[in-house]
Design a protein around this ligand. Structure first.
Ligand SMILES: [Zn+2]
Length: 158
């Protein structure tokens, strides 16, 4: 059963709050993030955020769609793509919360994006890259998915 729109909004806001959290707004359980359930090729990956006790699910791809609205139109350059592919490796070298690391990387590589847009990309990167710190061995796949996410973030038209 999906989270209500209000609950989904609460989850999105909490992911990048000053004290970031990814807990269920119904019961406070830490949400589980599925492996990407779709995506690949030209599609950005899609995840599920799950609260097992409440049996509630949020499709993070819906989040991606709304996050990517209103982005300035331009083409991703080879430099953008190279920076994007390096994100998983750089993420592992940083300390701090997932949100802080993601924001730091976006500010490092795309400082000209608006603060609002940088936070949007950082929210997606938190979902994509957080499993790395739990010992995920899938860094090569994550390099490719980071590139897809960044290219969509840059090229998506309002
Ligand atoms: Zn719950």
């Amino acid at each position: 059963m999906p989270f209500s729109p209000e609950e989904a909004d609460a989850i999105r806001s909490a992911l990048l709050a000053d004290e970031p959290s990814d807990v269920c707004p119904r019961c406070g359980t830490i949400l589980e993030t599925s492996a990407p359930i779709a995506g690949g090729g030209s599609m950005a990956p899609i995840w599920e955020l799950v609260c097992p006790p409440c049996n509630r699910v949020m499709i993070a791809g819906q989040m991606l769609d709304s996050l990517l609205d209103g982005i300035r139109p331009r083409k991703a350059t080879p430099t953008d793509r190279a920076h994007a592919r390096a994100l998983p490796d750089e993420y592992l070298q940083l300390a701090g919360s997932h949100a802080r690391r993601a924001l730091m990387l976006v500010e490092r590589h795309w400082p000209d994006a608006s603060n609002h847009n940088r936070r949007e990309l950082a929210q997606v990167l938190v979902l994509l890259l957080a499993p790395l710190t739990e010992g995920s061995q899938e860094i090569e796949r994550l390099r490719a998915e980071s590139e897809q996410v960044v290219v969509q973030w840059i090229e998506r038209r309002p």
